[in-house]
Design a protein around this ligand. Structure first.
Ligand SMILES: NC(=O)C1=CN([C@@H]2O[C@H](COP(=O)(O)OP(=O)(O)OC[C@H]3O[C@@H](n4cnc5c(N)ncnc54)[C@H](OP(=O)(O)O)[C@@H]3O)[C@@H](O)[C@H]2O)C=CC1
Ligand SMILES: CC(C)(CO)C(=O)C(=O)O
Length: 376
């Protein structure tokens, strides 16, 4: 049970992204961070073998300093006996979200602030359909879009490979009416504890956090989605570090981005029409949707963010294929295929990419079990 009078943030998913957030929250804010592990075994390993300590090495800083933090409290479904959860950051992989939330659902209610800090698209829809089905008791849902790059080192040590940023916004109640005013966003800055903690000045300066309206975030989310739709599957399929793709990937990235944008323009029509419908409208921010979300610009941006800023990173999807874990492909290129089916559009390129990632993982698993035929 957490007895602290400081604000408490629970983190579900103490992997690369969860650890980056936890370490900087502890370094820069006056908050108690409580990781929620999947089982008591994992919890006891963290507490006993690793002395409840997580560490992040900042690879992009001089001398690559290692920042370690000891956590006062950590929990698992078997031990959790606290009150209701006030603030919850979800940094599991997208496909793990519903399962990871299950043991903690009775501690989540309308007063819980829940932020999804994940790549891909489709998790909020899945949660509303399958997990938070009662609008009377569902939590306050926020979305985070994160462009930091990090990967596991050993134990609870992670390498922060690329300094990116974190964009946050409240998710709209009605996805068909997603446009928020600047006043809507500023209300959360004044009143919402989680938003206040994540935008606390020193933390926000280090983590590069910005809070915004949903339409601003959505543009950032689709931008990040296109980065992931290119970098994650291609690094996995051809098995390389992000930076290795910098010079030779324009053609494949153009094919993927072009098709994604054709589908996203239909599925996210209010965003793509925002500049026309809200042009010069007082109280609504300028969001340069069309000049950012076009193929030519996005190919350049994918190479810049994916292969240059994060050049030393091994993408999260490649890490999954190497460690024989499921990948997030169904929430990235696979989500485009799903939307294309819904709107009767073509998504053959993304379907092929999705299928090749599944093949890569299956092949890696087979080689682990049966040996590598190439070395015979
Ligand atoms: N890594 C990166 O560079 C970036 C990642 N992202 C996105 O951030 C999200 C998180 O990615 P990342 O941090 O790399 O992923 P990791 O796999 O490193 O971390 C996920 C964590 O979730 C935990 N988890 C899984 N299931 C449960 C459960 N049932 N209960 C409790 N914990 C659970 C895992 O624990 P266990 O070890 O027990 O499985 C693991 O610690 C993804 O959507 C990813 O795409 C975004 C930007 C960059
Ligand atoms: C930015 C990028 C591509 C960094 O590798 C990432 O988001 C990921 O690996 O999932």
């Amino acid at each position: 049970m957490t007895t602290s009078t400081k604000p408490v943030i629970h983190i579900l998913g103490l992997g690369a992204m969860g650890a980056l957030l936890a370490v900087d929250l502890l370094r820069f804010t006056n908050v108690t961070v409580v990781p929620l592990f999947r089982s008591q075994d994992r919890l006891l390993r963290f507490q006993n073998e690793f002395n409840s300590t997580i560490a992040v090495r900042k690879l992009f800083e001089n001398d690559q300093p290692l920042h370690s933090c000891k956590l006062e409290c950590s929990e698992s479904p078997e031990t959790f006996a606290g009150g209701m959860i006030k603030n919850l950051i979800i940094t599991t992989k997208t496909y793990q979200t519903a399962e990871a939330l299950k043991p903690y659902l009775r501690f989540i209610d309308h007063n819980t602030n829940l932020i999804l800090v994940q790549n891909g698209l489709g998790v909020p829809e899945m949660l509303k359909e399958k997990v938070f089905t009662d609008p009377e008791t569902d939590p306050q849902l926020f979305q985070g879009v994160i462009s930091h790059g990090a990967f596991h080192d050993q134990g609870f040590t992670f390498n922060h490979a690329g300094l990116g940023d974190l964009k946050i916004a409240r998710l709209p109640h009605d996805p068909n009416d997603p446009i928020q005013s600047e006043e809507d966003a500023s209300r959360d800055r004044k009143q919402n504890e989680l938003v206040q903690l994540l935008t606390e000045v020193t933390f926000a300066a280090s983590f590069q956090t910005t809070q915004m309206t949903y339409q601003e975030l959505l543009m950032g989310q689709l931008y990040k989605f296109l980065v992931n739709a290119c970098i994650n599957p291609v690094t996995s399929i051809v098995d390389c570090i992000n930076g290795e793709l910098a010079d030779d990937s324009t053609e494949i990235f153009t094919l993927i981005i072009d098709e994604c944008l054709q589908v996203l323009k239909v599925a996210y029509k209010p965003l793509f029409e925002y500049e026309t419908n809200y042009h010069n409208t007082k109280g609504y921010p300028i969001v340069p949707v069309l000049s950012v979300l076009n193929t030519e610009n996005m190919v350049k941006e994918v190479i810049r963010l994916g292969c240059i800023v994060n050049r030393h990173n091994s993408s999260s999807m490649r890490q999954d294929t190497l460690y024989l874990r499921d990948t997030e492909i169904d929430y990235i290129n696979g989500y485009i295929v799903k939307l294309a089916n819904k709107y009767k559009l073509n998504a053959k390129i993304n379907e092929t990419v999705q299928s090749l990632v599944k093949l890569r993982l299956a092949l890696n698993k087979k080689r682990k079990l049966q040996g590598d035929m190439r070395s015979n």
